[in-house]
Design a protein around this ligand. Structure first.
Ligand SMILES: [Zn+2]
Ligand SMILES: [Zn+2]
Length: 242
């Protein structure tokens, strides 16, 4: 299925409404689209947002499959994410992402913290990554390496094979994010070799973004990097939650 399951709307920091994003996905020839706005634990608008997306599933039926989602950042070394547990049953997909690297006691490392060694940052990142893989709230591991690049840490400095094996065991989906990933990255090659379920997404924040990014989404999908059966994944997940 040609789809884009990581997009943002005006409910968070996107420029367009969910309707405009979905309409664009239809025009691009996608068969599925998810709106996955950024949330915080305190985002009181999530129930209304989820209800709105349920309505859009009905409105766009027969034209495209609409999925509801949220994107929440990892907060702590324990792999907790910035989403209220009450949000989870309201949406189809939860993206867990690294927007910051957690440190002990609820702090984050900053790129200008010159005194923190790169090894320590990788250790903290690895610990929160592994714990997030155990977190049943999370479905999709979104752009897991992007934040490390901000610290000048390249993926060849990371235990990629071990990481990919851990994702495989966890049953979670690895996102290939066209904003952050290029095809020569080891994580993509290793994930393909290991048969890890992967999802190609654009992380678009506007209609214009979605159009521009669709070139890469389509290319990567055509090359076989879209391996997840998302319908089956969501069905199984909902059955196990009952
Ligand atoms: Zn993100
Ligand atoms: Zn995003």
């Amino acid at each position: 299925m040609l789809m884009d399951l990581h997009t943002h709307s005006s409910y968070s920091d996107g420029k367009n409404t969910p309707e405009e994003m979905i309409q664009t996905a239809i025009e691009l020839g996608y068969e599925g689209v998810a709106v996955t706005d950024h949330v915080w634990r305190t985002s009181a608008w999530v129930p209304d947002y989820a209800e709105h997306l349920e309505q859009l599933k009905t409105n766009f039926r027969g034209l495209i499959r609409v999925y509801s989602g949220i994107e929440a950042k990892v907060l702590t070394l324990d792999g907790d994410i910035d989403a209220n547990v009450s949000f989870l049953p309201l949406v189809d997909l939860v993206l867990g992402s690294f927007h910051r690297i957690p440190r002990p006691q609820g702090f984050y490392s900053k790129t200008n913290d010159a005194h923190i060694s790169r090894n320590v940052i990788v250790e903290h990142w690895f610990e929160s990554f592994c714990r997030m893989l155990d977190n049943p709230q999370v479905d999709i591991i979104a752009h897991p390496l992007s934040e490390l690049k901000e610290f000048g840490i390249e993926s060849r400095q990371l235990p990629i094979k071990e990481l990919v094996d851990l994702i495989g065991v966890s049953g979670k989906i690895l996102e290939i994010n066209v904003r952050y990933n290029s095809l020569d990255e080891p994580i993509i090659r290793v994930a393909a070799e290991q048969g890890i379920p992967t999802l190609v997404s654009s992380d678009s924040h506007s209609v214009a973004d979605m159009v521009k990014n669709s070139v890469f989404v389509k290319e990567l999908s055509n090359r076989g990097f879209q391996t997840i059966d998302i319908e089956r994944y969501i069905r199984n997940k909902k059955a196990s939650q009952k």
